[in-house]
Design a protein around this ligand. Structure first.
Ligand code: HEC
Ligand code: HEC
Ligand code: HEC
Ligand code: HEC
Ligand code: HEC
Length: 644
């Protein structure tokens, strides 16, 4: 029904057009009192407008999920029986047969954790572990399915939930309640059961199915595995899945897979082209053209090494621990955190993955109000003393359950903090801010012009890599404070909804706040052509005004001729390796009336998604709020100067 698709998108387009300023229409002239704008710290979102933010809704942390299937009569903690496969707890709400079947084909990361605990702890808070349960992924994928009337098929799932692909896991079923290896996204076997080299295949790779005893593909070559098996009795290692004695079952072989150690290995998922030839992920292409590739530095060297974002070698030590003993004490240790700028917006009972969290269902976790302090000493004392009255839903009506859940939340929040610190570290490893450089000495009543130079100091690839699938934002936030401590001027501020004050801001289009005309934003967007032939930045390759183009469907001109849908281009604004851009600003003279010491502060800010795009996808208010909270600050710094 191509016709129906067209109408669906046209309707979406009309809706979008309403959110954007009409062509040629001037946005509000900056009123003098509006020049003092709020500082761009995460703003409490107070006045709801088109997308009402319910401050009570602290639980809506996940996007649309399919109905949960509660299991009658199952108590919290059930499923820990000794006869569970490999002693792994099953999840309430997950079909135990599906779980056992999945495990027999694609062992869960929890199984690998029995002997690779350190690696598992790094991986379980990584973006790879987050890929399938990411609320934003689910929400965006749902939107794409609606917009394309399902023709997007398994496109997104291939990379984000590769085991779901291999198992034909139904798209409509809930991801957070899926069998472990599905829910785990890019889980261990999604990388270590690949034995053929793949190129730019948009995530279409084969992952070898089989029980835990099947070979793993690694960078060492199996001598450690062989040594462990030769010593299997003292190590309590089992080599047969039907062996019921205590101990851990091992992969019988470690096979060296050459490509795993090279950048090519990452290309199938880190270079994405949608059907009409638009590249959504381009980091591989940028890397190939950059200085690091010429020097033979691999993605792994910067993203799995000792120092986040820099090719400064690896840590060394044991990589497996079996029954308390190490096999080889000095191996190269590849860090499986896969350093990157991303941070989770999921409920911390659901992500990072935590075996102890599995005794409660995902649905139960979504009702656990961690932000209000459930299970903390102070909260529980207030409840016990009758100072707080909460109607706890089961199982949280038990104080013991709440306290046990809080221990998991605390542990997970600690891991999330570590991930955030590494996100800042990797972004700082790839960027530098020079300045401010003043065009002339500051004078009272005179406009003040200055610039910063923002530099990509990494040899790897562009900063940001310019992913359009994720649309990460990276922008400069600059603020001027007067001698009396008042905020006088700012660029890179956020509106009430958490958006930058550009053409995508509802507050700018409604004239509530001035547009941030000097905004320095490195985000990549699509450029689409509107009805008058003018260009507009858009977040999906959909022409919203005329000739609506269904996403991922061939246009009417063969793609092989144009190599992209007609009238759509990518607008890359990111910094190529070792390059820099100047961010120029002018502060109006009337704001510099007072003599004295002024303070000029700057920081780069980064987050995975713009809020307007989350709104477009139907993200819950809590998801939007979490995204704002998870914004990271890079190189925050300030200078003082005197205006005589
Ligand atoms: C070929 C592999 C591939 C495909 C197919 C793919 N993605 Fe991604 N996706 C990635 C990679 C790689 C990243 C990380 C990009 C970065 O950090 O620069 C990513 C990041 C994201 C993010 C941001 C991180 C998060 O979880 O919040 C979202 C959302 C997302 N993708 C949604 C989708 C949707 C929806 C589709 C289908 C339309 C899709 N992706 C298809 C590889 C893919
Ligand atoms: C019973 C313990 C045990 C379990 C369970 C286990 N491993 Fe291992 N693994 C080892 C040992 C021991 C080594 C050898 C370490 C060394 O060389 O020091 C190893 C080595 C590896 C290597 C390197 C292989 C090479 O030689 O290049 C990879 C990759 C690996 N394991 C992945 C996995 C994955 C994935 C899982 C889960 C599906 C898993 N392991 C489960 C014990 C285990
Ligand atoms: C995105 C792909 C990817 C995922 C997911 C992944 N690994 Fe790896 N793993 C690698 C790469 C790349 C190396 C380095 C290979 C080399 O030595 O060149 C590696 C190395 C290893 C090694 C050898 C020791 C070392 O640190 O170099 C072990 C053991 C291992 N991985 C286990 C695991 C386990 C267990 C998981 C899940 C918790 C996992 N891996 C998830 C890509 C992955
Ligand atoms: C099976 C597909 C797949 C493979 C193979 C893969 N990745 Fe990824 N990677 C993804 C997806 C999907 C995401 C984004 C997940 C999300 O946040 O939702 C991602 C995210 C990342 C990030 C961003 C992390 C962050 O915290 O922001 C880095 C860095 C990364 N991958 C590096 C690598 C490297 C290096 C390799 C090769 C050794 C690799 N990946 C192999 C799919 C893959
Ligand atoms: C010389 C070191 C270096 C190499 C090599 C390198 N990276 Fe990066 N990478 C970085 C740094 C630093 C950042 C953080 C700054 C940035 O975003 O560019 C980063 C960020 C990323 C991100 C986060 C998202 C984004 O949009 O920037 C992804 C995904 C990523 N790299 C994947 C890869 C892949 C895949 C390869 C190999 C094809 C690779 N990187 C090679 C240093 C490197």
């Amino acid at each position: 029904m191509p016709q129906a698709v067209g109408y669906g998108i046209l309707a979406a387009g009309v809706f979008l057009a309403m959110l954007l300023p009409a062509y040629g229409q001037q946005t509000m002239a900056p009123a003098p009192q509006a020049a003092v704008v709020h500082i761009g710290l995460p703003q409490p979102i107070d006045e709801p407008s088109s997308s009402p933010i319910d401050l009570q809704d602290a639980l809506g942390g996940l996007g649309p999920v399919a109905p949960i299937r509660p299991r009658e009569g199952q108590l919290p903690g059930a499923g820990h029986g000794p006869d569970e496969p490999l002693g792994r707890p099953t999840i309430r709400g997950v079909d135990p047969h599906a779980e056992v079947f999945a495990e027999s084909q694609y062992p869960s990361a929890v199984t690998c954790a029995k002997c690779h605990r350190r690696i598992y702890d790094q991986w379980r808070v990584s973006a790879h572990a987050y890929a399938a349960v990411s609320p934003m992924f689910q929400c965006f994928e749902q939107k794409m399915t609606e917009l394309t009337r399902g023709t997007v098929g398994t496109f997104c799932v291939r990379c984000h939930a590769p085991i779901a692909m291999q198992l034909n896991y139904p798209r409509s079923a809930s991801m957070i309640d899926a069998p472990a290896p599905v829910r785990e996204g890019i889980t261990c076997v999604a990388c270590h059961r690949v034995k053929y080299p793949f190129g730019k295949v948009n995530g279409e790779r084969r992952i070898e199915p089989g029980p835990i005893t099947d070979p793993v593909y690694g960078g060492i070559g199996g001598e450690g595995v062989a040594a462990a098996i030769a010593n299997k009795d003292p190590l309590k290692i089992k080599t047969d899945v039907n062996d019921k004695r205590p101990g851990q079952t091992i992969h019988l072989q470690g096979i060296r897979f050459e490509q795993l150690s090279h950048s090519e290995y990452c290309a199938p998922c880190h270079q994405v082209a949608v059907h009409p030839g638009i590249a959504l992920e381009v980091v591989w292409a940028q890397y190939r053209a950059g200085p690091a590739a010429k020097k033979g530095i691999q993605c792994q060297d910067c993203h799995m090494g000792l120092v986040p974002g820099k090719p400064l070698g690896y840590a060394y030590g044991p990589v497996a621990e079996v029954n308390g003993q190490v096999v080889h004490p000095m191996r190269k240790q590849s860090n499986h955190l896969f350093y990157g700028p991303g941070n989770s917006i999921a409920h911390p009972g659901i992500f990072p993955h935590n075996e102890n969290a599995f005794r409660w269902s995902a649905a139960a976790w979504l009702h656990f109000d961690w932000k209000s302090g459930w299970g903390t000493e102070a909260f529980e004392q207030a409840v016990a003393a009758g100072q707080l009255h909460v109607d706890f839903p089961p199982p949280w009506d038990s104080v013991d359950e709440r306290r046990a859940a809080r221990r998991i939340i605390d542990e997970n929040l600690q891991l999330l903090d570590l991930k955030k610190a590494s996100a800042i570290a990797v972004m700082e490893a790839g960027s530098h801010i020079d300045g401010p450089f003043f065009e002339a000495p500051p004078r009272r009543g005179q406009p003040l012009s200055f610039y910063y130079e923002v530099r990509n100091i990494s040899e790897g690839h562009n900063n940001p890599s310019g992913s359009l699938g994720a649309q990460p934002q990276l922008w400069l936030n600059v603020a001027l404070t007067g001698p009396d401590g008042r905020h006088l001027w700012e660029s890179g501020y956020l509106d009430r909804h958490g958006d930058l004050a550009n053409q995508h801001s509802l507050d700018v289009t409604s004239g509530r706040i001035p547009s941030d005309r000097q905004l320095f934003n490195l985000q990549t967007q699509f450029l689409i052509t509107g009805v008058k032939g003018t260009d507009r930045e858009m977040y999906l390759p959909i022409n919203v005004d005329v000739d609506p183009l269904p996403f991922l469907r061939p246009g009417n001109i063969p793609v092989s001729v144009l190599n992209h849908p007609p009238l759509i281009r990518m607008e890359q604004k990111s910094l190529p390796p070792l390059s820099s851009k100047k961010a120029r600003y002018t502060v109006p003279g009337e704001l510099l009336q007072m003599p004295g010491t002024y303070r000029l502060s700057v920081r780069l800010r980064s987050r995975m998604e713009p809020i307007y795009f989350m709104r477009f996808c139907g993200a819950t208010p809590e998801m939007q709020r979490r995204m704002i909270e998870q914004t990271i600050d890079i190189h925050p710094q300030a200078v003082q100067f005197v205006v005589p």
